[in-house]
Every structure is written in structure tokens, then in C-alpha cells.
Design a protein around this ligand. Structure first.
Ligand code: WT7
Length: 654
């Protein structure tokens, strides 16, 4: 079947599934209409899905007005997020497993942590933080493997009102240092080592380096994961495994305002350094918990597994906060899809009888290439719903997921959202919508997507159509600001298209009114589901002494979705060698982290620039895509001959 035919296929949920689902087609229509016609009434009601210490009387107070963007939900209510994720379940499900921890080595035993256990762990960690001088409003950096202590630390911060900022364990010491300084962190919680895919990352050593570079004098709390030896700084470093032995498990949750920050999470944009996205306590938790329940059709007693890392927003909302607020059993997996071999995901599904499985297209593409026998030898009969996130899924991967993994029985939810949105924004609901491979389909309750004509910013009402994706009006899970820089918040999301939230993605609305995400329209690329600003890679490259100038673009990559293509102009007299290519690759890895590793580096004596000196990225993208026949207008270039040279020596001749 050609990929065009696949795209035209549709997959309706079975009547069996629909009849047991939280939301069917009729209910979706009714609830969606209510959510946009009267948001106050709708969210006034659904805000009650979580426990409030003091109930709210004001539901929504939001404005996208230029120069005065302000987003508040449930603003006079108070609550504690950790009490919602832990304490409130003790009476009804204290002995139910909250977290199943599946370690990197399949031969190591999995841990089943009940809600009662979780309460003890979180309270002890919270008391340790307090003893180290962390209090309400302070910032705490988490730089941890995917171990239960990561969840304990998040919830412990929430319990005492401290704001966590998680740094993915794959980031370099420099990236960590920038984030420590970015929020003036009081404490860094890390581990000795992070085992992953049979290898170990020296987290504590990285944290040591980071704190040497950082201006902020933060303390360190270290969890022993492997027990290997580490360097120790007396007075600064604290041993979690020692402190926890005597820590009290009595720590009453702090009363927080709905709009008090819960966490900061750095994410890449098209310009400058990553920005600290701020999410607050009330609206975020309502959004994370409601989407987790409805998008995955989660029912009491189900086992739910999201394969993300808590270093990304997916891990925040759909491993920890959403599922735990709902009293779910959530799997935390430390390893990788291909260790020890390509059946690991499916073995874990079989072992823990997973009902809802949520992963990224890049993982599916990698596993698909390994052959179906890795899937077929496992019993996947407990699977009910399959999800994807992070990047567009190609129809081939979608079909493989549906047929080989889901045996044709499991609805697939292709969830479009962003770090900024806190949770799902557009996705088919498994019991309500007929899925189309590759389509994000329908807005979640309260979400009002619009397609704008890119240059005029005019809203396009007709369909089918294509343009830039924006949101009219606010939803409870929306980010509130950029940490320490509200102006940047306004400029990034609300200035290109006035009175809308601009997502940075392009989109198509088809003849049925269903939405398809067409990819970023800015200089952000998506590498294996990881979001990266090309500007960040460029600034890492030019920081190398041999590099005069660099331009970075994405190009289509079979497994990663997009690969990183770098055009590098060397300083006068520097020899372009294979060694130097390797060195630059290593350099970027150390500056940012392995996820930013350049795939292709082309030596370019010059870059195509306009007469005013602006690099014409459109041309560089086309050459990187091996689509140089369609360069478009090059007449405004200062020196058109540069282009021929770049085409002749292009790296992606595939
Ligand atoms: C960007 C956000 C959402 C959590 C993980 C990534 C792309 C995300 C989809 C999807 C097509 C998608 C968008 C978006 N994206 N989900 N289902 N289909 N594209 O969060 O790192 O903030 O990245 O990821 O381009 O803007 P993030």
C-alpha cells in the first residue's frame, strides 16, 4: 500500500470499546460545546476533580491582550499537589501500587510502591529538603535517572511548596550549570550514576563540574543508585541514603495558592538560550489529571505506562502528576527500548500487564526496523489503548503500531501538545473518534485551535486549509510565564499573531475539519522527539576556536524524524579534516548533550546571505533535504555562486 493510501484509511473504535469508554462521540460533542460556550461553568465543575484546601470562587481570569498577557485559573483556591497525588488516595487505595519501577537490567527486580509507601517516601524526602534549608518558593534542580526517587523528589518539592526544575540526565554539565543559575537554585538533587541501556552516566561527576562553572552556590543531595564511588565535597554534599534513615515521615503538606509555581522546565525556542517554562499548581493539575484519564481512557485498576523520561514535560504530566492525581498505577522505566534487545518494551508490557502504553514515534520507527518477531513473542493481550507523542508519526509507523503491537484492536491516540501547554491539546479520544493515521484530529475540551494565514494573520474559517496553528483563549494547563522574563513570554507566544497563543507549528485542517500537525514553522527542530533550537547548536559550534560561522538546519531522518545538519565555515587557514569533524561533534555533545550531536557537517567556504547579511535558511534547508532543484528565488543573494558550491558538496545525497 502506498503511503498515500494509508493516510486515507480511517479506524473507528469498536462498539465494545466505545460502550465502556469515559467519553463516546455524543458525549465528546456535548462536553466540547459546553467547554467553549461557557468555560467558567465547565471548568468550575471539572476543577473539582482535584481536592482543594480552600475552594475557588473565581474560575477564569485570562487575557491575551498585547502588552498585558495574564493567565490565572482558580486564582483564589488553595491546594497541595502532593496531597492530591498521594494523601488523598490513602483511605481508598493505600495498598494499591502507585508506581511500578522497572530497572534498566531486566534481571534486577522490579519494585511495586504502594500509595502508602509513596506517602512515607515523599514525606521523608520533604523533611530532608526542609532540613537542608529549602522552603516554600525556593528552587530545586533535579538531575536524576528514571528511578522512583525522581518522583519522590518532585512530590517532596510540591509538598513543601518548593519549585522543581528537572534537567534531563542526558544534558551536559554546562547545560546543567545554566539551569542552576537560571533559577538561582538552592539545591541540586542528583544520583551517583544513571544506568541506561547497559551503560552508566556519571551524574554526580557532571553535577560537580556544573557547580564549578555555576555562579550559584547550591547544595547537593545525592541518591545512591549504583553505589559506585564518587567525589565528595564536605559541607556541600549530602547523602540521601544516610539522611533518609532518620528522616521523619510526618510532613504536613503546605497550603499553596492555585497560581503558585509548581515547576520550571527549560525548553528550546527559535532564538537564544532555552527558556524556563513555568507551570502552576491548580490549573496544571486539573489539566494533567483530566487529560490522562480521558485521552487514555484510564479506568481504576488499569496499569498505565508512559515510556518518557521525567526530564521532559511528558514525564511530568503523564508519568507523575496526571496518573498519580488519578490514583493510577504508573510504570517508571529506567532503560531504553533496545536494551538488552528490541523486545524490551514488549516484555515489560507483558510482565506488568500494561493496559495503556504511550511512547514516541522515533522509538516505534527504530523497533519497526528490527523485525516483528520481537513483538510477536510477547503476550500483549492486556493492551487497550496506544499513544504517541512528541513528533509527527508517519503512516507506516502508525500502521505497524496498530497492526503488530495492537493487533488491530487498540485505538491509537496521537497526542499533539507542547511543554508550554502542560498537557494534551489535540488528540483523537479513543472511544469517540475515528482515527486517521498521522492526524491529531480533535481539540481536547476547552481548546480552541485556529488556522491563520501565516503572513496576514487572518483566521481561515473554511476547510480544507493549511496555515499556522494558534489557540484562541486559554486553557487551565497553559504555561503562565517564562521564569524571570514575562516579556519574553509575551514576545514568544503572543506577538506574531495578536490575541492568540502561537504554538510554533503549522497545521492542516482537512475536509472533515480534523487537524494534522505539519511541523514547526520556526527554527526549532525535532530530533528523536527532542526539541532543539538550531540557534543553540549554532552557538555551541561557533564557540569552538576553529569555527568562524555556522548555520544549522533539520533534514528528514528515517529513525530520528529530523537529523541535525550543520554548515560550518572554518577560520582562515584551518584545515577541514575528518578529525576536526569528529572533534566538533564531540564538542557539541559536551556543550549541550548527546541529543544535540550533529549528524552531518558540511564544510562551507561561505553561506548564502542576502545583501543585508541575513543567512537564507530556506536555501540551506532545501540543500540539506537534497531537494536543491526547488530552491526558489535566489536573486536576492549577495553571491549566488555560493549556492552551487554548497549543492556540489552536499552531505545528504541519499
Ligand atoms: C513540539 C513540542 C508534547 C510533549 C513532548 C514534546 C511537536 C508534539 C506532536 C504530535 C506532531 C508533535 C510539535 C510541538 N509535537 N507532539 N503528536 N504530532 N508534532 O514537547 O518538547 O515541548 O515539543 O513537538 O512540533 O510544537 P516539546
Amino acid at each position: 500500500m502506498s503511503s498515500d493510501d494509508v493516510t486515507k484509511q480511517v479506524f473507528a473504535p469498536s462498539s465494545d470499546f466505545t460502550s465502556g469508554a469515559h467519553v463516546d462521540a455524543a458525549k465528546y460533542e456535548k462536553m466540547y460545546a459546553a467547554s467553549v460556550n461557557d468555560p467558567e461553568a465547565f471548568w468550575g465543575e471539572h476543577g473539582k476533580r482535584i481536592d482543594w484546601m480552600k475552594p475557588y470562587s473565581i474560575v477564569k481570569n485570562t487575557s491575551y491582550a498585547p502588552g498585558n498577557v495574564s493567565i490565572k485559573w482558580f486564582e483564589d483556591g488553595t491546594l497541595n499537589v502532593s496531597a492530591n497525588c498521594v494523601d488523598r488516595h490513602l483511605e481508598t487505595r493505600g495498598d494499591q501500587t502507585a508506581i511500578i519501577f522497572e530497572p534498566d537490567e531486566p534481571t534486577d527486580e522490579a519494585q511495586h510502591i504502594t500509595y502508602r509507601d509513596l506517602h512515607g517516601h515523599v514525606s521523608r524526602m520533604a523533611n530532608i529538603l526542609k532540613d537542608l534549608g529549602v522552603s516554600k518558593g525556593d528552587r530545586v534542580i533535579l538531575y536524576l535517572p528514571m528511578i522512583p526517587e525522581a518522583a519522590y523528589a518532585m512530590l517532596a518539592c510540591a509538598r513543601i511548596g518548593a519549585i522543581h526544575s528537572i534537567v534531563f540526565a542526558g544534558f551536559s554539565p554546562d547545560a546543567l550549570a545554566a539551569r542552576v543559575d537560571g533559577c538561582d537554585a538552592k539545591l541540586v538533587i542528583t544520583a551517583d550514576f544513571a544506568p541506561r541501556g547497559g551503560r552508566k552516566t556519571a551524574l554526580k561527576a557532571n553535577a560537580d563540574l556544573a557547580l564549578e562553572h555555576a555562579e550559584t552556590k547550591a547544595q547537593v543531595l545525592m541518591v545512591r543508585r549504583t553505589g559506585d564511588e564518587v567525589n565528595w565535597v564536605d559541607g556541600r554534599d549530602h547523602d540521601y541514603n544516610e539522611l533518609v534513615k532518620t528522616a521523619s515521615d510526618d510532613c504536613p503538606p503546605e497550603e499553596m495558592n492555585a497560581e503558585d509555581p509548581l515547576f520550571i522546565l527549560y525548553t528550546s525556542g527559535s532564538t537564544g538560550q532555552p527558556k524556563g517554562v513555568v507551570h502552576c499548581s491548580g490549573g496544571y493539575l486539573v489539566w494533567a489529571s483530566m487529560t490522562q484519564e480521558i485521552t487514555f481512557d484510564y479506568h481504576d485498576g488499569d496499569i498505565y505506562w508512559c515510556t518518557a523520561d521525567v526530564g521532559w514535560v511528558t514525564g511530568h504530566s503523564y508519568i507523575v502528576y496526571g496518573p498519580l492525581a488519578n490514583g493510577a498505577t504508573t510504570v517508571m522505566f529506567e532503560g531504553t527500548p533496545t536494551y538488552p534487545d528490541a523486545s524490551r518494551f514488549w516484555q515489560v508490557c507483558e510482565k506488568h500487564k500494561v493496559n495503556q502504553f504511550y511512547t514516541a514515534p522515533t522509538a516505534l520507527r527504530a523497533l519497526m526496523g528490527q523485525g516483528n518477531e520481537f513483538v510477536e513473542k510477547c503476550d500483549l493481550s492486556d493492551l487497550k489503548v496506544l499513544g504517541t507523542v512528541g513528533e509527527p508519526i508517519n503512516p507506516e509507523a502508525w500502521t505497524w503500531y496498530h497492526e503488530v503491537v495492537g493487533k488491530g484492536n487498540c485505538p491509537i491516540v496521537d497526542t499533539w501538545w507542547q511543554t508550554e501547554t502542560g498537557g494534551h491539546m489535540m488528540t483523537p479520544l479513543p472511544g469517540a473518534h475515528t482515527a486517521k493515521p498521522g492526524a491529531a484530529m480533535k481539540p481536547f475540551f476547552g481548546v480552541q485551535p485556529v488556522v491563520l494565514e501565516p503572513t496576514s494573520g487572518e483566521e481561515i474559517h473554511e476547510y480544507p486549509t493549511e496555515g499556522v496553528l494558534c489557540m484562541k483563549d486559554s486553557w487551565p494547563g497553559q504555561m503562565r510565564t517564562v521564569w524571570g522574563d514575562h516579556e519574553r513570554f509575551e514576545k514568544t507566544y503572543f506577538s506574531d499573531y495578536k490575541n492568540y497563543y502561537f504554538a510554533g507549528d503549522g497545521c492542516r485542517r482537512d475536509e472533515d475539519g480534523d487537524y494534522w500537525i505539519t511541523g514547526r514553522v520556526d527554527d526549532v527542530i525535532n530530533v528523536s522527539g527532542h526539541r532543539m533550537g538550531t540557534a543553540e547548536v549554532e552557538s555551541a559550534l561557533v564557540a569552538h576556536e576553529t569555527v568562524a560561522e555556522a548555520a544549522v538546519v533539520g533534514y528528514p531522518h528515517d529513525i530520528k524524524g529530523q537529523g541535525i545538519y550543520c554548515y560550518v565555515t572554518l577560520m582562515n587557514g584551518v584545515e577541514p579534516t575528518e578529525e576536526l569533524r569528529k572533534e566538533l561533534r564531540t564538542w557539541v555533545r559536551t556543550e549541550i548533550g548527546p541529543i544535540a550531536s550533529p549528524d552531518l557537517i558540511q564544510w562551507s567556504p561561505g553561506l548564502p546571505k542576502t545583501r543585508s547579511g541575513k543567512i537564507m535558511r530556506r536555501i540551506l534547508r532545501k540543500i540539506a533535504e537534497n531537494d536543491y532543484g526547488a530552491l526558489g528565488d535566489t536573486s536576492t543573494l549577495a553571491d549566488p555562486s555560493v549556492v552551487d558550491e554548497l549543492i556540489d558538496n552536499r552531505m545528504n545525497k541519499a
